[in-house]
Ligand binder design. Structure first.
Ligand code: ADP
Length: 477
């Protein structure tokens, strides 16, 4: 079995290792991946700090070339990498290839951004004085990522970090080191000086914790759970450093009487169940007005029953397995909780057996839910949709906003009045009209409000707000 090592200062570093298991087939071991320690983090930060002296002053064309070459290699290998992604994470092959393509597009976007770095030059309020506003890199950025988008999330953090001249210590999720390793390998072969991008795989409680505690890390960008997000915010407050947190969601999809029924069902099925519901933008609350309710439930049930749940690599699979047994048990536990709270489990919610041993779960449709139930308040992170019946648009909006999260929200309606009002009054970072709550572009800001996000936005040109410091210079002539 191949051993995949950590990568520090341009060198492979041997550690103890752990097997990466395919959730569609637990007999399939993808490889053995290093499990790093505190010393690895210390070494990686030292190297990144040293490399910053050079990389922060690097020529724009050098940075452009690294990002461009990375994008090209990813796109040339999209089938192979998409297969690896589907194999280690469990999303379908089509979803895997789609995510890899997106990672390539992100690198391509930031290859362009390097050549668009801008400052401002403005007159002072004082005579014969000029003011310049410029952006400078932060230094060493700690990047901590989750397993559900194992190449896109690392890409949307690493690409802007490099673009704006930062160096990196990258810790991917324990469950999906495969894509992270390949990505780092690709970037490091694209002409990046050694020490600029360092990979330390391993446990959150060891490697992640060591990143939080290291005083030479200048900023941390994180995507994951709220609990870990809070630890990061506290650690960053202690060290007075910048941070950016992307956490959970309990995203509402409102379906009004005047919605196009087929479109609404497509949005709901895609948003709630695709990628096995393991997306922070998943539509986990379906808020449906009375007039369309019965028709919607009937069509939703029919659509849900048609979904093929099977091995992620098998042709024809719509929904792959859950990532691992812990997550599967959590999904099953929430099915129990929902029933005990009085919701009606209309369909699904049980473990499935398939040809290969894996963590298969039938997407679940709960009806007769109210917004105070735990299944409507807590992020399940699985293919579980809770339908809440409401009287009218006003009640729908109230229920949609009655949550501690605020990442994404959606509305299906043919009314300009209601869609305009929803755009304005939905308390969320991203609003979708006649679209699923999940599925976003790579060139525009991504992020939310309340417990979903903290810090400035990710992606698109807005990424520069996190990855740079602003300097204001005054010049007297
Ligand atoms: P999830 O439930 O999606 O796995 P986590 O917040 O547990 O969310 O994990 C997201 C990332 O944070 C992973 O890379 C994980 O290893 C890391 N992580 C977990 N615990 C800690 C911690 N105490 N300090 C730093 N990073 C951590």
């Amino acid at each position: 079995m191949r051993m995949y090592a950590n990568f520090i200062n341009g060198e492979s570093i041997e550690n103890e290792s752990v097997s990466n298991i395919n959730p569609s087939d637990t007999n399939d071991v993808i490889g053995n991946y290093a499990r790093g320690n505190e010393q690895n983090v210390k070494d990686a930060v030292e190297c990144a700090k040293h490399a910053f002296l050079l990389w922060s002053k690097s020529g724009l064309l050098d940075r452009h070339t690294v990002l461009k070459k990375t994008s090209e290699e990813i796109i040339n290998r999209k089938e192979e990498l998409g297969k690896l992604l589907a194999r280690e994470e469990g999303k379908t092959l089509a979803e895997g290839v789609g995510e890899v393509t997106r990672a390539a597009q992100i690198f391509d976007f930031f290859a362009g951004e390097v050549l668009r770095l801008m400052g401002e030059s403005i007159p002072s309020i004082r005579p014969n004085i000029h003011v310049e506003i410029t952006r400078e890199p932060l230094g060493v950025v700690g990047i901590i990522t989750p397993w559900n988008f194992p190449i896109a999330i690392p890409a949307w953090k690493i690409a802007p970090a490099l673009c704006y001249g930062n160096t990196i210590v990258f810790k991917p999720a324990e469950l999906t080191p495969g894509c992270a390793w390949e990505l780092v390998d690709i970037i490091n072969r694209s002409g990046l000086p050694k020490g600029v991008l360092n990979l330390v795989m391993g446990k959150g409680s060891v490697v992640g914790q060591a990143i939080l505690e290291n005083e030479n890390i200048n900023a941390i960008t994180f995507t994951g759970s709220i609990e870990t997000g809070k630890l990061i915010a506290n650690a960053c407050a202690k060290h007075m450093r910048k941070y950016q947190l992307e956490m959970g969601g309990k995203n509402p999809l409102v379906i009004l009487d005047d919605a196009d029924l087929d479109k609404a069902v497509d949005c709901a099925i895609n948003g709630a169940f695709f990628s096995t519901g393991q997306r922070c933008t998943a539509s986990s609350r379906l808020i449906v007005t009375e007039g369309i309710y019965d028709k919607f439930i009937e069509a939703m049930l029919e659509g849900t029953k048609k979904l093929v749940i099977d091995n992620a690599l098998k042709e024809g699979t719509h929904i792959g397995p859950v990532i691992n047994d812990t997550q599967l048990q959590q999904d099953l536990e929430y099915i129990k909780v929902g029933r005990e709270e009085g919701a009606k489990l209309l369909f699904g919610g049980e473990r499935l057996n398939r040809e290969s041993p894996g963590y298969y779960f039938q997407p679940a449709l709960f009806t007769e839910c109210n917004n105070n139930m735990r299944i409507c308040r807590e992020e399940i992170f699985g293919p579980v949709a809770s339908v809440i019946k409401v009287k009218n648009y006003e009640e729908a909006l109230h229920v949609a906003n009655d949550t501690t999260f605020g990442l994404s929200s959606g509305i299906c309606t043919s009314s300009l009045k209601y869609s305009t009002d929803f755009k304005k009054n939905s308390i969320a970072g991203m609003v979708m009209v006649n679209l699923p709550t999940a599925g976003v572009d790579f060139h525009v800001p991504f992020g939310g409000r309340k417990n979903s996000s903290l810090g400035s936005r990710e992606q698109g040109k807005y990424a520069s707000e996190f990855y740079t410091n602003i300097k204001t210079s005054y010049i007297s002539h």
